[in-house]
Design a protein around this ligand. Structure first.
Ligand code: PLP
Length: 369
């Protein structure tokens, strides 16, 4: 049975994750929890490909922007916020809300940031202490060349702070090899869990920066979280049910093999893009950097993105998303991250073909070719 839930997050829950959510509570200061949390952190580190610290919080992904800023920086610090879509723009706004001195490097939405652009921006702003990067821009379906971008930042010396909300556990992300200082993600994407867990990973330079940071912190204090984690605990009451779910999802990811998970996402991305082209539709954005976790396309002339989204839901029970901000009615986004198979993608594309016919677009698109 194909799943119909093709939002770019939240994503469908595998049966093992749903079953884990039914489990009864355990004492959160007892040995069973300590064993569970230690095992979760060790496996999450493996998936991030890091020997650094992974720490988990009851929150959605957006809180990760605050965790990064409040723990690694100080009021007035100059930072470079790179923006290739709506989520990069939000990260920049959070930095401004915290009183950082934000230099914005904006690319047209639909394109990726290039190492050359980043190098030039760092030459213009050598004073920045951190570069804020979005690994996979969910709002446009574009993946940044993170490894190359991180290398440019390394040459400069600033911290590499990465929003990996829609890439972690889906796209290759090698925290130590790529020398990333801070990585944040959310449970409701490729991690195959319900919304509600924020996953953060901190490297050695991140901890050096923590020691210099002058922002007040309590709930989001990284060191408090690390001190508790050393004892297999969390500073506050942990979200037990979500951690049970995360535990089950980690087991699935490692059973499949992290590299196989990355390969599967790449194949699903290719399959989705081929299907979109075969329907006579135009992919949105720079195809060389097309994301393997979310595909965005432009509806045929005269058909609104929202009409396609509505028809897919009403006529076929298939859920996809429109765009965000000024792209709200300009693009349609299909999520293919986490618990997804080729059959799920084919099912979605078949429904999309039928919707285009209903809306009278298929002929228009083919005639216009
Ligand atoms: N960053 C990216 C790239 C995202 O895709 C999202 C959500 O979709 C967020 C940040 C914000 O995460 P949340 O909605 O879980 O707060």
């Amino acid at each position: 049975m194909a799943t119909n839930f093709r939002l770019p997050g939240p994503t469908p829950l595998p049966p093992a994750v749903v079953a884990a959510l039914q489990r009864e509570m355990i004492p959160h200061r007892g040995p069973a929890f300590q064993a569970l949390y230690r095992s979760i952190l060790a496996r999450a580190k493996e998936i991030h490909r890091t020997d650094g610290d992974v720490l988990i919080w009851p929150a959605s992904g957006s809180a990760g922007w605050e965790v990064a800023i409040a723990n690694l920086l100080s009021p007035g610090d100059p930072v470079l916020a790179t923006i290739i879509g709506d989520f990069g723009a939000r990260f920049a706004s959070v930095a401004e809300a915290f009183g950082l001195d934000v230099r914005r490097l904006e690319c047209p939405w639909g394109s990726a940031l290039t190492p050359e652009m980043l190098r030039a921006a760092l030459e213009r702003h050598p004073e920045v202490k951190a570069v804020l990067l979005t690994h996979n821009e969910t709002s446009t379906g574009v993946t940044n060349p993170l490894r190359d971008l991180a290398a440019v930042v390394r040459d400069h010396g600033a911290l590499v702070v990465v929003d990996a909300v829609s890439s972690a556990a889906g796209l290759p992300l090698l925290m130590d090899e790529w020398d990333l200082d801070f990585v944040l993600s959310g449970s409701q994407k490729a991690w195959m869990c319900p919304p509600g867990l924020l996953i953060t990973a901190v490297g050695p330079r991140g901890w050096d920066a923590y020691a210099r940071s002058r922002f007040p912190k309590f709930f989001w204090d990284l060191r408090a979280a690390r001190d508790a984690a050393l004892k297999g605990m969390t500073p506050t009451t942990p979200p037990l049910s979500l951690l049970y779910a995360f535990d089950a999802a980690l087991e699935m990811i490692l059973d499949e093999g992290v590299e196989q998970v990355w390969r599967r996402h790449h194949e699903l991305g290719e399959r989705t893009r081929q299907g979109i082209r075969a329907l006579g539709l135009q992919l949105f954005g720079d195809e060389a950097n097309a994301s393997d976790t979310v595909t965005a396309f432009v509806p045929p002339p005269g058909i609104s993105a929202q009409a396609i989204v509505r028809r897919l839901e009403q006529d076929h029970g298939v859920f996809v998303a429109g765009g965000q901000a000024h792209l709200a009615d300009v693009i349609v986004r299909i999520g293919h991250m986490g618990w997804v198979t080729a059959e799920d993608i084919d099912h979605c594309l078949t429904a999309l073909g039928a919707v285009l016919e209903t809306l009278g677009a298929r002929e228009t698109a083919v005639a216009g070719q």
